[in-house]
Design a protein around this ligand. Structure first.
Ligand code: HEC
Ligand code: HEC
Ligand code: HEC
Length: 124
């Protein structure tokens, strides 16, 4: 006698249980929606390529802050040659002017709450 059928059945049961949450959500139609941050109305490109911004905007912001606060360096030249001031409210939030529909949509989804606007408010 072979144990094979039993092992195969056991494996099948195991896989079914492990992937149950996936099947359950598919069946119930409750796949979580990815956030849809609002694009700026006029601008067509960011200060760096979109994929980079999506993954690394926090690193860029920290870099900008260090440059400004520690080195007094406020000039940023983008990959496409355009010039910007290294400023959260003066640059990022000029284009992305609806923070609630842009930054917050992603952050609420991801469960992060950067406290930048405790200090950075209005036009500066
Ligand atoms: C406790 C208050 C405070 C908090 C909180 C804070 N900052 Fe700042 N930040 C400052 C001050 C003060 C400056 C210096 C402003 C200047 O010299 O123009 C500054 C400068 C900067 C600058 C460069 C200048 C500019 O106009 O933006 C960047 C970029 C920046 N902060 C990003 C951030 C980010 C991102 C966060 C959240 C993770 C943050 N800051 C949180 C107080 C704060
Ligand atoms: C000149 C206007 C402009 C400025 C300044 C700007 N952005 Fe953008 N940003 C855009 C546009 C337009 C897009 C969409 C680009 C695309 O689809 O290729 C974008 C995309 C992004 C994305 C990706 C969004 C997504 O749906 O994938 C993030 C994150 C972002 N920007 C954050 C920032 C931050 C942080 C700053 C400041 C350091 C900044 N942006 C400065 C115009 C700007
Ligand atoms: C496409 C989605 C998306 C958009 C749009 C977006 N963020 Fe984020 N942001 C994230 C995610 C996800 C994280 C958390 C990343 C992590 O923890 O590794 C994050 C983290 C951050 C952090 C670091 C917070 C921390 O506690 O470490 C800062 C600062 C930040 N974002 C600023 C901004 C600003 C300012 C804007 C709007 C101009 C913005 N983000 C728009 C997705 C986004």
């Amino acid at each position: 006698m072979s144990d094979r059928p039993l092992i195969v059945a056991g494996l099948g049961l195991f896989l079914g249980l492990v992937t149950f949450p996936v099947w359950y959500n598919v069946a119930a139609g409750t796949r979580p929606e990815a956030p849809a941050p609002a694009r700026p109305a006029t601008a067509t490109s960011c200060v760096a390529p979109r994929e980079y911004m999506r993954a690394s905007h926090m690193t860029l912001l920290v870099q900008w802050r260090e440059d400004v606060v520690r080195r007094g360096d406020r000039r940023y030249v983008a990959g496409d040659g355009r010039r910007y001031e290294k400023s959260l409210t003066g640059t990022c939030l000029k284009c992305h002017d609806d923070k609630a529909k842009f930054c917050d949509r992603c952050h609420d989804y991801a469960g992060v709450t950067p406290a930048c606007t405790d200090c950075h408010l209005g036009s500066r």
